[in-house]
Design a protein around this ligand. Structure first.
Ligand code: XUL
Length: 525
């Protein structure tokens, strides 16, 4: 009989689902519900609500609740064998927080299957909207928390990351400072991941070590709530947080709500959820050191598995728990696709023209460099946008196109040094990973082969694989992660781009010049 596992991904813009048959290594169902389109009555744009302050970005948590009902109803209609599912887990956008009143645990335990979930849970929120990872309105709170923890390096050593605006601790502190009554009425604070897991399990779910690390509240090495960080954030916070747990923990059986309403297997196990990045690490098969993933999207992210905890003392990168029980790293570069597009548009090119220009300039660009901070940058921290050119003629189309991509790759190489993991191979994902001219520069700058891998649903797939692993662990069986992910996480055939030895040597030198120019530009800011 098929061994079916379900993985959900509650991301910024959509709720996605994947069902896998772990025995035959097949994805047997996948679907996605776009919040703006499927649930327009919540008034979101790209899944979020915007007000007057551009730094404030929230989402309505009730929308995620309704999305779950809508997606499960669709699965029932599509004849997905819900009665055969063995276990369910999920992935949530990281950092987002949900504020619940004291009625929530009872409401979750007594979900009435004759009513929609949204009707069951309408009254459980002590804050109608949830700040999400795109929110950057907590600059003052980051300073306060960082100071209380002894500065940038100490904060990173303690929690795995410096205090960041989107992280949950600074967000909780802002809520406490600006809406003290709302904070006082909050009995439980959940992450998007643990909130959704609570609905599936019908009780308040723990936060896993992967997503817990994105809060500036967890001791990254001991994996417990850090008393000093809690104190620096808000009073009475410990009482409002759930317990922390490994990502493989079984919370219990699925709530009878889903059994009665959709015909789920009553013995299906509900597992702890994790953040989308920890889930993607599994969904991409990054289960040992040596393979890094680089996602080229709106922002470019570089992430991978790390066996021993090493933090970035400069406070630029993040360390989270990995679902394997080890660690993962993540660095987020804001000037990704938009920077490439800005240069393309500056010279009135389409992507073909951009690529032709790119390859017509030599690797290393004869020493020409651009620092492409079209927007304020996260890594390195640059608060004011600015374009800096060195030995680069602004009228030289080819050199400017090449310079922006070389800059992005060199910056990734420089700012990932602290991981002390020389990649043996890189998995490239995201929109721009279809561009082989860009991948060649990546391969040459990192002096590593680059392979393309489909990422569209890596978080949901990672969640389903975690469900498979968790259920086996729960029943006392030990399955190596290598065997859990086998057959699901292969790079695309014939997609390998190999580094060119001569170009790699050129970049070995240019990277020094880039690092110096970058340091000088930051000093002048
Ligand atoms: C990671 C981060 C984003 C969100 C996206 O720190 O903020 O990758 O997890 O959903």
């Amino acid at each position: 009989m098929a061994k079916l596992f379900l993985g959900l991904d509650c991301s910024t813009q959509s709720l996605s689902v994947i069902v896998i048959d772990h025995d035959s290594r097949q994805i047997v169902y996948n679907n996605s519900l776009n919040f703006d389109q499927a649930l327009p009555h919540y008034g979101t744009q790209n899944g979020t609500l915007r007000g007057n302050d551009p730094l404030v970005v929230h989402s309505p948590p009730l929308m995620w609740v309704e999305a779950l009902d809508t997606l499960f109803a669709q699965m029932k209609k599509d004849d997905v064998p819900l009665g055969q599912l063995l276990a369910i887990s999920g992935s949530g956008q990281q950092h987002g927080s949900v504020y619940l009143n004291s009625c929530a645990p009872v409401a979750l335990a007594r979900l009435n299957a004759t009513k929609p979930l949204a009707e069951n849970l309408r009254g459980v929120f002590s804050r109608a909207t949830s700040p999400v990872w795109r929110d950057s309105s907590t600059g003052a709170e980051c300073v306060e928390i960082r100071d209380a923890l002894g500065g940038l390096e100490a904060t990173a050593q303690t929690t795995g990351s410096d205090a960041f605006e989107r992280f949950t601790g600074p967000q909780i502190r802002k809520f406490y400072k600006t809406e003290p009554d709302g904070y006082a009425k909050t009995a439980n604070i959940a992450l998007v991941s643990s909130f959704m897991a609570s609905i599936i399990a019908g009780k308040m779910a723990p936060i896993d070590h992967g997503d817990g690390a994105g809060m500036n509240l967890m001791d990254i090495r001991k994996r417990v709530w850090h008393p000093k960080a809690l104190k620096a954030t808000a009073p009475q916070l410990r009482k409002k947080l759930p317990s922390l747990a490994p990502s493989s923990k079984v919370i219990g059986n699925i709530s009878s709500y889903f059994v009665k309403r959709y015909g789920f297997n009553p013995n299906a196990k509900a597992l702890v959820w994790s953040g989308d990045n920890p889930c993607s690490v599994i969904g991409l098969g990054l289960i040992k050191e040596g393979t890094l993933a680089i996602s080229l999207g709106t922002s470019d992210t570089l992430f991978g598995y790390m066996r021993r905890c090493r933090v970035d003392e400069r406070g630029e990168g993040h360390v989270f728990g990995a679902p394997t029980g080890d660690y993962m790293t993540l660095i987020c570069f804001r000037n990704g696709s938009p920077a490439r597009e800005r240069v393309r548009d500056m010279y009135h090119l389409d992507w073909r023209g951009f690529n032709q220009a790119l390859v017509s300039a030599p690797p290393g660009n004869c020493g020409a460099i651009i620092l492409p901070w079209f927007e304020a940058e996260i890594v390195p921290r640059v608060n004011r946008p600015g374009i800096h050119r060195f030995d680069l003629d602004p009228n030289d189309v080819a050199a400017n196109c090449r310079a922006v991509v070389e800059a992005q790759m060199m910056s990734m190489r420089i700012h990932s040094q602290w991981m002390k993991v020389a990649p043996k191979q890189i998995y490239a994902t995201g929109g721009a990973s279809t561009n082989t001219a860009i991948l060649q520069i990546m391969a040459d700058v990192f002096d590593s082969p680059v392979l393309r891998i489909e990422v569209a649903k890596s978080a949901a797939l990672g969640a389903a694989l975690r469900a498979a692993h968790g259920l086996l662990a729960h029943s006392g069986k030990k399955l190596r992660w290598r065997n859990v992910v086998a057959g699901f996480t292969n790079p695309l055939p014939d997609s390998e781009v190999r580094p060119n030895a001569t170009s790699a040597r050129v970049y070995g030198q240019l990277v020094e010049k880039y690092a110096t120019r970058e340091r000088e530009a930051i000093k002048e800011e």
